[in-house]
Design a protein around this ligand. Structure first.
Ligand code: MTE
Ligand code: MO
Length: 399
């Protein structure tokens, strides 16, 4: 019965086995929507790409301000004083906008998940794999970022290093994706798609609606959250986890004294110790007796909220000089009374130490610091992430 099969050279046989799997018999779902095309993907993709680019650059800035390489630690910029406020505000705002853009982009392209056969060649397999990495890493970044600004950590890993590492994976796969799709991006970038003149014209109305809707959603998300850092819009800050004015002394609190294990009772014997060639210790009264400076500086939290405040206290530079340190040359290690926590100990490069605006602050907005804002003393320095504005300070070590 089988003898009718013609004899074939061996090398052809593996290729002939494929149809035996009857792949074409499986029917992939049909998609009728007209906007699942490369033109929509390009239109939304370029905004998404721009948002991710801003997120990546501002994220790198934030990372290196918090973990500078040794060579740079003493030379980080302290001006403009609102620099970090701007970059981190942008980081969170573009990250939130990217959530909307990413969902629309995925909606535009998801029918491709069902292409048949699922793998056509090694090249096709690699391309799909790279898209899988891109989608997974992009979703991971925006959703871990979102949960982080809500201070909800339903995962076993630590957010900062993982968010930083995956940023490189996401950025690499975006660049690869742009390279692979360059011909299509080019063809659909302009007002009319090249080569398919009829198609965009026919879909123009639908596409405009989709893009307008997307723009409106991005606008709404931005408008209702950006007031957490862009304070002129604070009145419409309805959805951000923090309102810049809500908190004791008109300033939010990230970590309370109770959470940090700091209590009024534990402060009775408090002294500010300053170590260096000529170490000394000061009571709060003695600190208040030193020349007080008044500065206006923002707290800019990595989680996106930021607000300007008036601070009063003693220049770190004066305290360091009194201990025999050399402002501009020496870095300082600051230790908090906090029992444990990632921000108990902070190091400040020589540039911040030297800056006349860097204070051991004793008062905020005209009143002695409240316990939650770091009573008896805290650090406030220009152009620095909020996490490094250490509260409940009890030791400065000239390094
Ligand atoms: N010792 C200590 N200081 C700290 C923190 C902390 O957890 N421990 N949190 C920091 C963070 S994340 C921010 S944003 C600022 C907020 O200061 P505020 O609570 O006075 O607004 O304090 C910083 N100082
Ligand atoms: Mo923060």
């Amino acid at each position: 019965m089988t003898s009718r099969m013609p004899k074939l050279p061996r090398s052809v046989l593996p290729a002939l086995r494929l149809p035996a799997l009857r792949l074409p018999a499986v029917r992939p779902p049909a998609f009728t929507g007209r906007l699942h095309d490369a033109r929509t993907a390009t239109s939304v993709g370029r905004w998404l790409g721009a948002a991710f680019a801003v997120c990546f650059v501002t994220g790198i800035v934030s990372h290196y301000l918090q973990h500078p390489p040794d060579r740079l630690a003493d030379h980080l910029p302290t001006r403009p004083v609102w620099g970090y406020r701007l970059t981190q505000g942008l980081h969170v705002a573009t990250g939130l906008a990217a959530i909307v853009l990413l969902l629309v982009k995925l909606w535009a392209v998801y029918p491709r998940l069902f292409v048949w056969p699922p793998v056509r060649s090694v090249r096709h397999a690699l391309e799909r794999l790279s898209v899988a990495v891109l989608v997974a890493s992009a979703l991971f970044q925006v959703f871990t970022g979102l949960l982080n600004i809500a201070e909800w950590y339903p995962w076993p890993f630590s957010f900062v290093p993982v968010h930083f590492a995956v940023a490189w994976i996401a950025t690499g796969s975006i660049l690869l994706h742009i390279a692979v799709k360059a011909p299509e991006i080019r063809a659909h970038w302009g007002r009319r798609s090249e080569g398919t003149l009829a198609l965009p014209a026919e879909d123009a109305v639908d596409r405009r609606s989709l893009l307008l809707g997307t723009g409106a959603a991005v606008g709404l998300v931005t408008l209702t959250t950006v007031g957490q850092s862009f304070t002129p819009l604070k009145r419409v800050d309805l959805l951000a986890p923090r309102h810049p004015d809500h908190g004791p002394q008109g300033l939010p609190v990230n970590r309370t004294a109770a959470a940090a294990g700091v209590s009024e009772r534990g402060l009775r014997a408090w002294r500010l110790q300053v170590t260096g060639p000529r170490p000394y210790a000061l009571t709060l009264e003695q600190l208040r007796g030193l020349p007080q400076r008044r500065v206006r500086l923002p707290i800019a939290c990595v989680e996106g909220w930021s607000v300007d405040a008036h601070w009063e206290g003693v220049r770190v530079r004066d305290l360091v000089e009194a201990a025999g340190g050399r402002p501009g040359r020496d870095a300082v290690r600051v230790t908090s009374l906090e029992v444990s926590g990632a921000y108990r100990v902070m190091e400040m490069g020589a540039g911040y130490v030297e800056d006349p605006l860097t204070l051991v602050a004793l008062a905020l907005n005209g009143q002695a610091l409240s316990l939650d804002h770091g009573f008896p003393a805290r650090i406030i320095a220009p152009d620095r992430p909020g996490v490094l504005q250490t509260k409940w300070v009890h030791r400065l070590e000239v390094l």
